[in-house]
Ligand binder design. Structure first.
Ligand SMILES: C[S@@+](CC[C@H](N)C(=O)[O-])C[C@H]1O[C@@H](n2cnc3c(N)ncnc32)[C@H](O)[C@@H]1O
Length: 216
């Protein structure tokens, strides 16, 4: 049987989902809420991948740009050993995320900061081992993408991971016919061209950009 790409992708997604380890009660509840309420969340494939990447690279401190209700933050915290700082402008989402982190037993390791991400980054701060950028669809334009990229590189420890969700922009990144698509394309090109990074886009769900800051 020949499958169209969409059918094939959906069936492969279901197949992979059947092989993922069951999530605990907190993540399972959040997955239902994400589906029912259409709040954003990376889903279990990307979540598992992030946790594995952080664990295998021995990540301690993590910075996340874009919390929503804390779904990805739980995976990030479980893959790392130090503090996770996660930024969210929406006060109701920030409150919900704090409650979810507490229920997951991570309340003492995760700081939900209710602040605009660029304002936070502009102030500078301690270096981190990984940055997960989940704002490529939200940024107002390419200048913000550029500045965010620059500030993120400045915050990463050598050997640290620079990660971003939605690197394939639901396929629209090729046409570049919307603001989010142009933001994503800009980000992907910055990552690919930077000699300090080694990188790849993993075509899982909507694409995960994975880059590592070289040691020298
Ligand atoms: C894609 S969602 C994050 C999803 C989350 N990472 C997850 O997978 O569970 C992006 C979130 O960032 C928030 N946001 C948008 N622009 C922001 C900004 N400039 N600074 C901080 N948060 C922002 C939105 O309110 C939204 O909840």
């Amino acid at each position: 049987m020949r499958l169209t790409p969409t059918e094939g992708t959906r069936q492969l997604d279901d197949y992979m989902l059947g092989l993922l380890a069951p999530r605990d009660a907190v993540l399972a509840r959040m997955e239902s809420e994400i589906e029912r309420e259409e709040v954003p969340g990376i889903g279990p494939h990307v979540g598992q991948l992030l946790a594995l990447l952080l664990t295998t690279s021995g990540c301690r401190e993590v910075l996340e740009l874009g919390t929503a209700i804390g779904y990805s933050g739980i995976w990030l915290a479980r893959g790392s050993t130090g503090r996770v700082t996660t930024l969210e402008t929406d006060p109701a989402r920030a409150r919900r995320a704090r409650a979810n982190f507490a229920e997951a037993g991570l309340g003492d390791r995760v700081d939900v900061v209710q602040e605009e991400a660029m304002a936070y980054l502009e102030r500078g701060g301690e270096p981190v081992d990984a940055i997960f950028n989940d704002l490529l669809n939200s940024f107002p334009g390419e200048e913000t993408v550029d500045r965010c990229f620059e500030l993120s590189l400045g915050r990463l420890r050598p050997g640290g991971l620079l990660l971003a969700d939605n690197a394939l922009g639901r396929g629209r990144v090729i046409a570049g016919d919307s603001r989010p698509a142009r933001n994503i394309d800009r980000y992907n090109r910055l990552v690919a061209a930077d000699p300090h990074l080694e990188s790849v886009i993993i075509p899982i769900r909507d694409g995960l950009s994975l880059a590592r800051l070289r040691l020298m």
